[in-house]
Design a protein around this ligand. Sequence first.
Ligand code: TNX
Length: 629
Amino acid sequence: MKKLVLLLLFFSLATVYGQNPAIQLIPQPVEIQQSDGSFLLTKTATIGFDNQQSSKIAEMLSQKLNLSTGFSIKAQQGNVGSIQLNLNKVPVALIGKEGYTLVSSPNGVVITANAPAGLFYGMQTLLQLLPKEIESKTAVNVPWTIPSVKITDYPRFGWRGLMLDVSRNFFTKEEVKQYIDQLARYKFNTLHWHLTDDNGWRVEIKSLPKLTQIGAWRVARFGQFGERTAPKAGEAATVGGFYTQADIKEIIQYALDRNVTILPEIDVPGHSMSAIASYPELSCTKDTSTKVNPGSSFSEWYDNGTFKMKIDNTLNPSDEKVYVFLDKVFTELAALFPNPYIHVGGDECYKGFWTKDAGCQALMKKMNMTHPEELQAYFMKRVETILKSKGKKLIGWDEILEGGIAPEATVMSWRGIKGGIEAAKMGHDVVMTPTTFAYLDYQQGEQTIEPLIYADLRLSKCYSFNPVPEGVDSKYILGGQGNLWTEQVVTLHHAEYMTWPRGWALSEDFWSPNASKNWANFIQRVEKQFDRSDVEGVNYSTAIYDAIINIIGKAGKTTVSMDSEVPGLDIFYTIDGAMPNKYTPKYSKPVELPEGPVTLRVVTYRNGKQIGHLITLKPEELKKRQTKD
Ligand code: TNX
């Protein structure tokens, strides 16, 4: 009897954690029970909705289903749909504003929620329950079965974000919509839109036309960001673009229809070269030759984490004209964006030009300031007052803690989680977006084959992210966010490559209960999402299949250990100059390299087929990677 109970328990747990091969959802729902049978979606299916508020979602579902099935399934108000979308008359507290229940049986599917947002997420789950061909943009003929399940699902955090930097590289309106589409499917609800930086001002401000006439355009350059040649005198600025206010309204509505709110960011007082190129009088140096930066070198970074700007990219905090400027910008922005917050940056602000400026010195003296950090704090407090007068709340990068945080500010912790911990302990709200777990611009696999950038972050690390650090009151942690900076990302395809699958890991970090997270199980689901993305035509990285190579140098001996993020791959290697494949040595334990200029080549296989990229580490690279112990 005891054994039977245990066996039953095992099987029910197996279902809870999505072990059933037919059900592979991301993010993992809070609770899922599977039963026998399935619903077959046919051309006679209908979509019903019990409340007019749900009509848009029902319509969206009908369009999506009809595209890939070739059916003409209609959405109608009423109670008799084979796929029925219902709103609770009395809200169910457990599932909150964004949760839902989904019950499917051989008779059909019922999704129930307190609000349309929950129905939207129930619809996303339903689509993932259908065969992958549902992602096709042309009609396909497969049995459209939906397994019988009972799902109760709701998010762990209310802020589940991705940030897209459209300054370093401009993405068109259509591309931004595609990105929104993709993130909404994994139940992200916030797009943080990094609209301004040194490399381009992307939002039309009608009262300040030069911001987009001048600030949105830079000279054409290729190559590694930070190493490109500076603009030449008289050279035409032809690369860039911006969103008109009409474009912005359209994108905001597109996002809202997908339960995504857009958080606009105007990055000040640093990172402002595009604004200064347009209005040089806003800086201390007032250099009228300032150009929008095309990715040439304009800063120097030192080992202790400090830096120097070679070109002034900071607004002058002591000049009243700057606050008049910001008032105009935030007036128009506040009128455009329904999000209660405006992000005002605050990161990496170099104070070197401030300390040399007579106006800044006079202000410091007048305000009894002893340190230039206090100038930034003064600036941010002024900005907070402006935002408040427009009915908006201030959010900024964790540097806004330095020199004294504005009274009601929310902090985005990016330099690790320490800024977030500090802010939460002071009673400020926090969004966790640390480089250590959430930087989507970092390399996701072997350095020598991934597109070049200065740091790395593997999928498994993203997946291990818990936005609530120990000892912090979780009520201050609004949620988390992944950030895609685009210095090195110049196409939407590449943005997709950097975002997925790491964005899937983050979606689960932000949505699913922490206790249900399970790497081995997640990886299986990731592989299913790869198949779905293939049908959909969305790019992703397969770096998880590449070997992880660790070099240990000890007393003149070099030892190599190898591993892979996906469990169970076969790793083959050579040190004799040959190409590795299933006929060359298979890795089983650390390999000691012979003396001399060895080249290590590694490749991974699964079920007799190559699955990972070839990695070649030349003698110089092996030497560079040797550690002391
Ligand atoms: C730091 S994160 C920045 C960005 C860069 C990013 C590159 C932050 C607030 N500032 O300006 O794009 O590093 O990884």
